[in-house]
Design a protein around this ligand. Structure first.
Ligand SMILES: O=C(O)[C@@H](O)[C@@H](O)[C@H](O)[C@H](O)CO
Ligand SMILES: [Mg+2]
Length: 403
């Protein structure tokens, strides 16, 4: 058996923080797993170093399911983003090891390719409608088949999704949380105008998406969904906070615009009611925050029974290790929908050399055994951890709100 003899956590910040688990086996094969939890990174690093790594030493790296169950059931305290990101990192690293030992890219172990490539969506943003549409046009020229549109809201100094750098979006931008202002009324006026302008400029042969980022009540989301129907959006993302899964029923009663949710979900229990009641169309749970490849496959299998497709989260805080894992999953899973792709900076890509590639709107995980991602530890050591928080949001009267 490939016995686990060592494991360690590597924290590096090549432009942003990443937490990576590296597991080594007796025969010199190692695997990597992403454990990055944006703005709360060191809690997962500690969970792994102090509480998980001692449990791994001496185990058979091939027993992925058993180790998953051991860490999930054995903790007694189930679920939660810290626990599930830590379990995800172990799970991903073990799949990487299994692929390397088999001499096969991971997607082959997951049943082989179900498609030729993975459709991804890019994040087009600008302070104004015109600027956003111009950036979207640029994505279209690069061959993107799906584009998410986010623009500034007139009257608000800043909002989710709009960045100074048009190529790289990074919300965790400060040593203490940046405070943003929010007005639902102002926002609801601008988004239909944005979609109208985008359809006029880009035509109908491109999928257009939008992220509400948890900011509307169900009835407000129903109204936005209805207002956008003439422009046929591919999806509306995170329309309302999903702690109350039944909130999505109210949105559904008012619009046929497809709904996507789940980037902050950490287990199948967060999605069970949404899926079984067909309250959503796309499930956005991803490898690192939802218990790894093993658990994500379980979520996708449940979703498939209800014709719900996958749309994995893929922002910059999901490391190239997670991106690679997601692409192997996407290529193999029967009910794939789309994959988010926010480019990493060249500094990040240099620390994590990888086999996955992008061409004309489609991505492929590559043919290297395992995940096909490396971690240059010498380079990583040059970028020490730097505290960085996600922003917070307040209404114009100062009330704390959802970011
Ligand atoms: O869909 C997305 O990409 C977002 O909602 C993210 O930018 C999200 O804000 C970050 O990943 C938070 O860490
Ligand atoms: Mg989102």
């Amino acid at each position: 058996m490939p016995k686990i003899i060592d494991a360690k956590v590597i924290v590096t910040s090549p432009g942003r923080n990443f937490v990576t688990l590296k597991i080594e086996t007796e025969d010199g094969v190692y695997g990597l797993g992403d454990a990055t939890l944006n703005g709360r990174e060191l809690s997962v690093a500690s969970y792994l170093t102090d509480h998980v790594i001692p449990l791994l030493i001496g185990r058979d790296a091939h027993r992925i399911e058993d180790i998953w169950q051991y860490l999930y059931k054995g903790a007694y305290w189930r679920r939660g983003p810290v626990t599930m990101s830590a379990i995800a990192a172990v799970d991903t690293a073990l799949w990487d090891i299994k692929g390397k030992l088999a001499g096969l890219p991971l997607y082959q172990l997951l049943g082989g390719a179900s498609r030729d490539g993975v459709m991804v969506y890019g994040h087009a943003n600008g302070v104004s409608i015109d600027e956003t549409v111009e950036v979207a046009r640029d994505y279209q020229r690069q061959g993107y088949k799906a584009i998410r549109l986010q623009c500034g809201v007139p009257g608000l100094p800043s909002t989710y999704g709009v960045s100074k750098d048009k190529m790289f979006y990074e919300p965790a931008d400060a040593d203490l949380p940046t405070e943003n202002l929010w007005s639902t009324e102002k926002y609801l006026r601008v988004v239909p105008e944005l979609f109208k302008a985008a359809r006029e400029a880009l035509g109908w042969d491109v999928h257009l998406l939008h992220d509400i980022h948890h900011r509307l009540t169900p009835i407000e989301a129903g109204r936005l969904g209805k207002d956008l129907e003439p422009y046929r959006p591919f999806w509306l993302e995170d329309a309302t906070p999903a702690e109350n899964q039944d909130a999505f029923r109210l949105i559904r009663q008012h619009t046929t615009t497809p709904l996507a949710v789940g980037e902050i979900f950490n287990s199948i229990w967060d999605a069970k009611h949404l899926i079984e009641n067909q309250l959503i169309d796309y499930i956005r749970a991803t490898v690192v925050h939802a218990g790894g490849i093993t658990h994500l496959r379980r979520i996708a299998a449940l979703a498939d029974l209800y014709q719900i497709r996958t749309g994995c989260h893929g922002a910059t805080d999901l490391s190239p290790v997670c991106m690679a894992a997601a692409l192997h999953f996407d290529l193999s899973v029967p009910n794939f929908g789309v994959q988010e792709y926010m480019r990493h900076t060249p500094e990040t890509d240099a620390v994590f050399p990888h086999a996955y590639s992008f061409e004309r709107g489609m991505m492929h995980p590559g043919e290297k055994p395992g995940l096909g991602v490396e971690l240059d530890e010498v380079l990583a050591a040059q970028y020490p951890y730097k505290r960085a928080y996600l922003p917070v949001n307040r209404l114009e009267d100062g009330t704390m709100y959802n970011w």
